[in-house]
Design a protein around this ligand. Structure first.
Ligand code: DP6
Length: 329
């Protein structure tokens, strides 16, 4: 057996990727910055098998068909082309995510798949090249190749669009407390949403703002300036959702719980708690807070919003993708 396994963590973007210049290559309209998380992990095993006719995929033990399998096959085709392999692959993947929280992430999934499939093909690639390939599977996966604080350079060609580390996980103990109001599958996925960004009259304004915010965010991370990290992250989340809401057709991910949450986080901050929110393509809040405040923030989220233990997930900065020996088959 020549199976290989890799583990990757999800990441939360502090400056978001929204909109593309190339949909096929997943080239983003803007650079982004994220924090890789230690608690939301995907483990994936890959084996190339000359005897099997087509690729196969199980997710959390369930055999997949249709678009989910097709997306993995499209990704493996890139790997086959690069490595000269022509065999079909057997892929198994499990998420160590709280069940039904709706957090399963394409970022950790494609970062783990990229690493395991190159390893299984017997081709060594640099972390930079691995990041370009993970990006072909899912844009945000380019960032999960690296641990800690990460930036994705947008680039104009496949080879130039990759992520790199800004600072290691131990540099600054910023936590992400994910608050899951709804684990429901979103009506407009990010794949489709990226296509709509261009159709908002404020998309260009946001891009200008983000380009100006990128060096400020990196500086804030390097100087451990939590206030600036939180402020920029919160502003960009609001800006990205403004683009979503004002595109044509309009995409509104928020629910009443999102708005109530935003208001509560701001009033906690007025009380002196260093906590900021960010929001991905969904209604759920991610609360950014230093490690020492995380237990209090978790408690507030649970009691104020009536969330269960499974609905509030506290993650510290995590490592990048890595090979492991505990194979899934
Ligand atoms: C809102 O990386 O999920 O989370 O490349 O189509 O898989 P695909 O998109 P994806 O988009 C992420 C959007 C976001 C912001 C971010 O993580 O930067």
């Amino acid at each position: 057996m020549n199976q290989k396994t890799a583990v990757a963590g999800a990441n939360i973007a502090l400056l978001k990727y929204w909109g593309r210049t190339d949909a096929k290559l997943n080239l983003p309209a803007n650079g982004s910055v994220s924090l890789t998380l230690d608690n939301l992990l995907t483990r994936t095993t890959v084996e190339f098998d000359p005897a099997s006719k087509g690729d196969s995929l199980t997710l959390d033990g369930k055999a997949q068909t249709g678009e989910v399998l097709a997306r993995v096959t499209r990704f493996l085709d890139h790997v086959r082309k690069r490595t000269g392999r022509s065999d079909a692959a057997r892929v198994a993947s499990v998420n160590a995510f709280p069940a039904g929280a709706g957090l399963a992430s394409s970022a950790s999934a494609f970062a783990a798949l990229a690493a395991a499939s190159f390893d299984a093909a017997g081709t060594k690639v640099s972390a930079k090249e691995l990041s370009t390939f993970a990006r072909l599977g899912s844009g945000s996966a380019s960032r999960s190749v690296f641990g800690g604080y990460v930036e994705w350079l947008p680039g104009a060609r496949h080879e130039d669009s990759y992520a790199r580390q800004i600072a290691a996980p131990g540099h600054l103990a910023l936590h992400d407390v994910a608050c899951i109001f709804s684990g429901e599958k979103k009506k407009v996925g990010s794949l489709e949403g990226h296509e709509l960004a261009d159709r908002s009259p404020i998309h260009g304004t946001r891009l200008k703002w983000v380009n100006d915010a990128l060096p400020r965010m990196k500086e804030a991370i390097l100087t451990k300036d939590l206030g600036s990290i939180g402020d920029l992250a919160e502003r960009d989340a609001l800006f990205m959702h403004s683009v979503m809401m004002t595109s044509d057709p309009s995409v509104l991910y928020w629910t009443g719980e999102t708005v109530r949450g935003i208001r509560d986080v701001r009033s906690w901050r007025d009380e002196g708690i260093p906590v900021w929110f960010t929001i991905d393509a969904g209604p759920n809040l991610h609360l950014l807070t230093p490690a020492e405040h995380a237990p209090d923030v978790v408690r507030r989220a649970r009691t104020t919003w009536g969330l269960s233990k499974e609905q509030v997930i506290d993650s510290a900065p995590g490592e990048g993708v890595r090979a492991v020996e505990d194979h899934l088959f």
